[in-house]
Design a protein around this ligand. Structure first.
Ligand code: FE
Ligand code: FE
Ligand code: ZN
Length: 286
């Protein structure tokens, strides 16, 4: 199984790979810059080369980049929209430079302009970002959201809309975040709910477009629309849903990424737990 976590790059990109290795991970997600700032420093090609080499040597793949939190590709404010598209294109270029297979982005928020117009703006922004990064291999993944505030992407139909309406959708896919969809009202806690959720995903988006899963439990109850991650098995989703995921043949090639606190200390424990639930390793000491 491809299991890993989001790791910090504050000590350097190669250090993040080392943390992944120590945690028992074989895939990794990371930011390429401070996600709370617009500005970014150019990546030194030497550093990129060393990172790519180290990932190869450690057999950590795929590499997954997550974009900045400031980017709003659905903004009705022209200035913020231009700034967002520019920043997102830079994110794509940085991800490409680091040989990342995927770049995960949030769907943006309409901020009162309405969902319909927000989705149109978002669709155009995504199309423009693809057009302006010709020949790049990195695939853009739209992440399901909890639907906080005026956030788009809490409904699978939103994501389906964007994918269907972007002409060059070869370079588009989806990242499903278990905490987010649960907060958005998709109940994956029972066999029946799990099946219903995946059926809706298939209908609205197509399971072939699912490329990455963020495996987070939820601090808040079903339908809360609040995005608060919890350690696997400690939240409102519970361990059963994660057991279903790691044993679902449909998910066998999909990287699973943990996005919970204290990665250096805690990811190891939960990567072990997931490998155990999937029948890969003996029970972990919990
Ligand atoms: Fe995210
Ligand atoms: Fe996520
Ligand atoms: Zn989240």
């Amino acid at each position: 199984m491809k299991i890993g976590g989001h790791f910090p790059i504050s000590k350097g990109l190669v250090k993040a790979l080392e943390m992944t290795g120590r945690a028992g991970g074989n895939t990794m997600q990371f930011f390429t810059k401070n996600p709370g700032q617009w500005k970014s420093k150019k990546i030194d090609p030497m550093i990129a080369g060393r990172f790519i080499q180290a990932a190869k040597k450690k057999e950590i793949a795929p590499l997954i980049v997550h974009d900045s939190y400031l980017i709003n590709l659905a903004s009705a404010d022209e200035e913020l929209l231009r700034k967002s598209i520019k920043a997102f294109i830079e994110e794509i270029e940085r991800a490409e430079m680091l040989s990342a297979k995927y770049i995960v982005t949030h769907m943006g928020a309409h901020k009162g302009a309405g969902e319909k117009s927000g989705l149109e703006i978002l669709t155009r922004s995504v199309a423009e970002s693809i057009e302006k990064t010709p020949g790049m291999d990195v695939t853009i993944l739209l992440e399901t959201t909890a639907g906080q505030g005026t956030q788009l992407g809490y409904s699978f139909s939103h994501i389906g809309h964007v994918i269907k309406n972007v002409r060059d959708s070869e370079r588009l896919g989806v990242c499903l975040d278990t905490c987010h969809i649960f907060a958005a009202g998709y109940d994956i806690t029972s066999d029946e709910g799990y099946k219903k959720t995946l059926d809706e995903f298939e209908r609205e988006i197509g399971l072939k477009n699912l490329k990455v899963v963020h495996v987070n439990d939820a601090k808040k109850p079903l339908g809360s629309r609040v995005d608060r991650h919890e350690f696997i098995g400690k939240g409102h989703i519970g361990i059963g849903a994660f057991e279903r995921i790691v044993n679902d043949p449909g998910f066998s090639n999909i990287p699973l990424i943990l996005e919970t606190p204290e990665p250096e200390k805690m990811h190891k424990k939960y990567i072990k737990l997931l490998r155990y639930l999937g029948g890969e390793t003996p029970p972990p000491p919990l």
